[in-house]
Design a protein around this ligand. Sequence first.
Ligand code: ADP
Ligand code: MG
Length: 248
Amino acid sequence: MSTPKDYVLEVEDLGVSFDGFKAVDGFNFYLDANTVHVIIGPNGAGKTTVLDLICGKTKATSGSVKFKGKEMRGMREYRIVRAGIGRKFQNPSIYENLTVLENLEISHPAGRGIFGCLLFRRTPAIQQQIESTAAQIGLQDKLDTEAGILSHGQKQWLEIGMLLMQEPEIIMLDEPVAGMSVRERIETAALIRRISANRSVIVIEHDMEFVREIADRVTVMHLGQILSEGSMEKVSADPKVIEVYIGH
Ligand code: ADP
Ligand code: MG
């Protein structure tokens, strides 16, 4: 049986308990191709835990996570990455003493592992991919710059670029503009829109202005559950959402 709609990711009845406390409970989430889907909600709502469950960092106690129809729940984290789901954590894990180019280069799947590193040759195709990735993240003029001297925002973009080198079909970003300047936020919004042209992006964010800029779809979480879902226009007019945000 085929589903009426082909989602990139179908999350159903996902849940996890920590010592009896349900951090995520009965979570349903359907991700369309080439969209930016933002998850919002008060602190402690369970947003980060949802990403941990999808990427296999935390083991779910119930439910399923289907990526292009294939069950991911129970798979090891690195296998989920290789299947095509990339996750950016809050602190960038770039190599500060390597250049932007080198950081992108070592993120290419062909450079993976000891043998990968030894045998790795920068083919014209990989060079081309590095350049187009650098352009997508706005660092095309910084290829020879040491990553350590980039601004905070540029380091975040570089890490997104390192994920892009693996050509994931889904990228998950947890509070990507935290600590950024106003200008960097504007550029990050454009960057997210750009990269969603040929993949889906799940973003966790607090800043409503920013959400309005980037979101195709919004899921509002509260106390581990879904409070509201739909367009930004729809959820921001939802009395349940207004109550939670005024309550906080
Ligand atoms: P959010 O990202 O929405 O702020 P989190 O997903 O980080 O919320 O946390 C949701 C709830 O689950 C919080 O009450 C948090 O303390 C709890 N929690 C998250 N991870 C763990 C864990 N590994 N062990 C115990 N409790 C956790
Ligand atoms: Mg969080």
